[in-house]
Design a protein around this ligand. Sequence first.
Ligand SMILES: C[S@@+](CC[C@H](N)C(=O)[O-])C[C@H]1O[C@@H](n2cnc3c(N)ncnc32)[C@H](O)[C@@H]1O
Length: 348
Amino acid sequence: MKREKDVTDISTPAVTREDLFEMMLSPRRTAVLRAGIELRVFDGLAGGPLEAEDLAERLGIHPRGMRVLLAALAAIGLLDVESGRYRLAPGAGEVLVTSNPGYFGSAMRLASSDYEWQALGRLADAVRHGGTVLEQHAETPEYPYWEDFAALPTGNTSRVAGTLADLLREWAAERPSLNVLDTACGHGYYGYTLAARYPQARVWDVDWPNVLDISVRHAERMGVRDRVELIPGDMFSAELGGPYDLTMITNVLHHFSEERATEMLTKLARVTKADGKVAVVAITTDDQPPAQDPIPHLFSVLMLAWTHEGESHSMEAYRRMFAAAGLTAPQVHSLPGVPLRILLADRA
Ligand SMILES: C[S@@+](CC[C@H](N)C(=O)[O-])C[C@H]1O[C@@H](n2cnc3c(N)ncnc32)[C@H](O)[C@@H]1O
């Protein structure tokens, strides 16, 4: 929704029917994109323009369905049409044709997965209830969605993991040992990036067993598998071992209430060496109004629909959590264009 309108001009209502209509219709766009990716329409057009019937035949799809979908893909700007032949819109091939290195279609399995759609479809119920109403949700042990999440780290993941490794450069370089605990590691990139950079680093990965099966594949690909140990199971009850030079929990504490997140952070602080560090990566809110910082607030809605007590915690809440866990006030690092913050602290 455009926000530049002059709200002092009382002749134009600040929120219009058009604004609402745009919001109401946006799931259709998402559905059209999802179907186009799922049916490999963009791959089918990678070789050049085709009529709907020819593409339908090539992809083994009903011609009527193909005709309607192609027109809708053109309507949302992903295809161009001329004399009844459809072709990829400028730039679409780079991000939507699977053989291209910049292919981004698999992010759909994270950004608009069936799991998320199912959760958001029950949002009003979750609001009434104050938390998820789903039987299977993000806190369910071995939830299959986390397998997709682990298999498909986005471009941002490598960037944030690289930034964390940069921030630790001087501290890590001086240490004879760099034992790292990566809690709820998912894909494991945060730990493996450190292991790839620092030869003395060893990583202990905690996550559900079905997720760790996928994490280790990344460790192998990144050439660090021989320095990775696995701790399968529930991070709240698992014996974490240690003490570690660095303990991390990235993109996880917002799945839980402040109390439960503090419990986890305290557990990590206890297995961190006295001169060690604790790193958290999180989507946080700060003092800005929601309209100027929408991503964490919309993420909170997903957490409401998908967890019992999770939400994007404020920076103030994180400072409370760090203090209660016996840690120093975190140094906060933001990354331009990424809605995540890296919080780094020492044992107090
Ligand atoms: C959002 S992903 C974060 C993955 C990775 N740390 C990252 O920064 O992208 C959340 C991860 O937490 C794991 N997880 C959630 N609850 C857990 C629990 N109680 N014990 C172990 N792992 C858990 C999930 O399996 C999933 O891999």
